[in-house]
Each structure stands twice: as structure tokens, then as C-alpha cells.
Design a binder for this molecule. Structure first.
Ligand code: 5GP
Length: 125
């Protein structure tokens, strides 16, 4: 079901459980601010999810409430993951679904990182 981006944080959401190590994920990178792991249902040859370690429902919630250090740490982690995966020259796409119209499904902020082939138009028509 799509997430209402204004809802309260649910600490039983699947990414909260991944952060706590309660369910496995294929980790790509982690530091004090972020965890990156492979999407379970990849939509491109490379499909990595990068999530902040703090409890934020969405991009809206994170941009409103996170500290400067959390925001800087998370943004730098996204860039680091893309560089380390060798994606800068061929190119990549970032996507952060936020709320119902975007079909956000998991109520913990996540940035999708897509790469590995020409990705086509920005949105399905
Ligand atoms: P959203 O639609 O919320 O932007 O994207 C949620 C993403 O999380 C989807 O691409 C989905 O495949 C991925 N996902 C959902 N459950 C799991 C899981 O348990 N593990 C991993 N690695 N990815 C998941």
C-alpha cells in the first residue's frame, strides 16, 4: 500500500528491521549516517537503495527534521556509493518516491540508485 508521507514513523517497517539486523539484506556500504543495499526486486542492472540510519518516513520528513550532520552524511553517502560502484561516467539516476502519488511503499526514506544501462525517459508515459 502506498505511504502517506505525513504519517508517523512506524518502527516495524521493513527498512527499520533491516537497519536493526532483524532481516537480511545485501549490504553495499554503510557508515554513521547511511546504509546502502541491493533492492530485492531490481528494476535495472544496478538497483541500490540508500537509507538514512535515522527514523524518517520520507524525503519530506528528512528534509524538515534531520540535523545538518545527518543531511550532509546521507547526501555524501549516496554520492560515495555511486562513485565506488563506478557509476559516475556511465551515469545513474536517483529517485526518492514521496507519498501516495509517487507510490512510495516503504515508510522509511530511501533513495533508489539505478544504473547499468541507458535508463530511458524519466517517467513512464
Ligand atoms: P518505493 O516504492 O517505496 O519507492 O520502493 C520500495 C523498494 O523497496 C522497492 O523497489 C522494493 O523492491 C524494495 N524492497 C521492499 N522490500 C524489500 C526488502 O525486504 N529488501 C530489499 N532489499 N528491498 C526491498
Amino acid at each position: 500500500m502506498a505511504v502517506d508521507a505525513t504519517q508517523a514513523y512506524d518502527d516495524q517497517n521493513i527498512f527499520a528491521r533491516i537497519l536493526r539486523g532483524e532481516i537480511p539484506s545485501r549490504t553495499v556500504y554503510q557508515d554513521d549516517w547511511a546504509l546502502a543495499f541491493h533492492d530485492i526486486n531490481p528494476q535495472a542492472p544496478t538497483h541500490i537503495l540508500v537509507i538514512p540510519k535515522g527514523a524518517y518516513v520520507s524525503w519530506d520528513d528528512f528534509s524538515a527534521r534531520a540535523t545538518e550532520a545527518e543531511i550532509a552524511g546521507f547526501v555524501r553517502a549516496v554520492g560515495h556509493v555511486a562513485r565506488e560502484a563506478g557509476l559516475v561516467a556511465p551515469g545513474y539516476r536517483l529517485l526518492a518516491n514521496t507519498g501516495t502519488d509517487s507510490h512510495q511503499e516503504v515508510p522509511h526514506l530511501h533513495v533508489h540508485l539505478f544504473a547499468g544501462r541507458p535508463l530511458g525517459p524519466m517517467l513512464a508515459r
